[in-house]
Design a protein around this ligand. Structure first.
Ligand code: HEC
Length: 271
């Protein structure tokens, strides 16, 4: 990690800083990635790091050609969706539509609502019990719901004043330096995307949310987007934040909106 810190030190230009306009922010971001990787097509950003690195792309495709290691878990998530009566909640009755609708800003509640938040709420209504936020049941159910929307496009809307404020907060969090290394998410996933950090190649932020919850070989299982946020904060030696807290939900609104127009995919494998 040290070596990377030296690489990123001094880079401080921002992509689309102060505005809260999704279209112009995304345009700037796409332009940035186009300048560092001119040959990668927009649609390929749904493949994360595999859009950037041929060697790991081959491995990725081999894994997808076989029986992906998450297949059984996602199937189980489908059974759990029915078992716990999640189809009885209006917000989840049409799972594909639910994936496309989230995250969104709920003006009445004054807060960003994530798919996992809606699953938790519905699960609680149906069973009287609480559901976790990062792995296991919630990740399986969320992955199955997302699978139903595979091939549809991410289309996060940021329209009301409240939504714009949440988006701006989430974006600020993404670009803010923090932790012992004084780094931002953007330092790795925007400015240094495609470069190596130890054994990893850094993925572009564009497309980060097309395959969530993701399966990670390192986890030997599925995890939600917020589980990943926590892992990256830890790597930055920054203060941990619990999954589904408001800062993460705000960041998710920004983060997913940056992938607008990219296909939601069921190819959820990552190293
Ligand atoms: C020191 C560099 C570094 C910083 C800073 C960093 N990450 Fe990461 N992140 C990584 C590495 C390495 C991986 C694994 C390889 C990859 O997919 O980029 C990763 C993976 C991810 C992934 C999964 C990508 C995928 O395709 O599944 C997400 C999402 C993510 N990071 C979000 C964030 C967010 C949000 C922040 C800020 C809170 C952040 N990261 C900060 C290094 C970093």
């Amino acid at each position: 990690m040290k070596k990377l810190i030296t690489v990123v030190a001094g880079i401080s230009f921002l992509v689309g800083t102060a505005s809260a306009d999704v279209a112009s922010d995304q345009k700037a971001l796409i332009g940035h990635f186009k300048s560092i990787q001119p040959n990668v097509e927009f649609a390929d950003y749904t493949n994360g790091v595999y859009a950037y690195d041929k060697g790991s792309r081959d491995q990725f495709e081999e894994i997808l050609d076989g029986i992906p290691p998450y297949e059984e878990a996602v199937e189980k998530g489908g059974a759990e969706y029915l078992k716990y009566g999640l189809n009885k909640c209006a917000a989840l009755a049409d799972p594909a539509a639910a994936r496309v609708k989230h995250p969104y800003y709920d003006d009445a509640a004054g807060t960003v609502v994530t798919l996992e938040g809606t699953i938790q709420k519905c699960y609680n209504e149906q069973t009287g019990k609480k559901l976790g936020t990062m792995k296991g049941k919630i990740a399986r159910i969320s992955a199955w719901i997302s699978d139903q929307a595979a091939g549809e496009k991410i289309n996060v809307k940021v329209e009301s004043e409240g939504a714009k404020a949440a988006y701006a907060r989430g974006k600020a969090f993404f670009y803010a330096k923090r932790g012992q290394f004084n780094m931002s998410c953007a330092d790795c996933h925007v400015y240094n995307a495609g470069k190596k950090a130890r054994a990893d190649i850094l993925s572009p932020a564009l497309g980060h949310t097309t395959h969530v919850p993701m399966y990670r070989a390192k986890w030997s299982g599925l995890g939600t987007l917020h589980r990943r946020y926590g892992g990256c904060l830890k790597n930055m030696r920054a203060k941990p934040i619990k999954a589904q807290k408001e800062v993460y939900r705000d960041m998710e609104l920004f983060h997913q909106a940056m992938s607008n127009g990219l296909e939601i995919t069921d190819a959820r494998y990552r190293k």
